[in-house]
Design a protein. Structure first.
Length: 175
């Protein structure tokens, strides 16, 4: 099959939003990642602070976006009809096996790449418990100390999205 974007009955439905996060429509996951008109859709990110550093996930090599790079602990699409908080809980449990109870919202911003445009809701959570990366979703993860992150910025180690977010919210992430 030459067309990568074949639609299936059970393909994830995502809300389309304005810059304030108000839902203005709906699209399929493949449509928002086509790189053509890039409709704005909401996602959640959770920055996990652990042992004085920031726990980051390693993106698997099979991922379409930024394979093999280090990224925010949790990141995922908000499904159509789902609240930001519910999405955060679902994605946190799915990706790293934690309940994000106590996560603090620290901001939102629009992120645009050559593939898509996202309205990112950012949360931070101090978490001293165990983290269990989902082997289907990511290639593990580890705590990066702040100086290690700063030494590796701009070197292609992290996703551009993480670097932007870290730069923007550094003082709110380091709690």
């Amino acid at each position: 099959m030459s067309n990568i974007h074949h639609h299936t009955e059970n393909e994830e439905k995502l809300p389309l939003v304005d810059s304030q996060g108000r839902v203005i429509g709906m699209a399929l996951r493949s449509e928002v990642h086509s790189g053509t008109d890039k409709p704005l859709h909401p996602v959640v990110h959770l920055q996990v602070v652990k042992n004085g550093g920031v726990w980051l996930q390693k993106r698997p090599l099979h991922k379409l976006v930024q394979p093999g790079k280090w990224d925010t602990a949790v990141g995922g699409h908000i499904s159509y009809g789902e609240s930001v908080e519910l999405s955060l809980q679902r994605e946190s449990e799915e990706e790293i096996g934690i309940n994000p109870k106590g996560a603090v919202p620290i901001g939102k911003y629009v992120w645009e790449s050559n593939l898509e445009r996202e309205l990112v809701y950012v949360f931070v959570l101090k978490h001293d418990g165990e983290i269990q990366p989902n082997a289907q979703e990511l290639d593990g993860g580890k705590v990066w100390q702040i100086n290690e992150i700063e030494e590796n910025l701009g070197k292609g180690v992290f996703t551009p999205n993480f670097e932007h977010e870290f730069g923007r919210y550094r003082n709110k992430i380091i709690i």
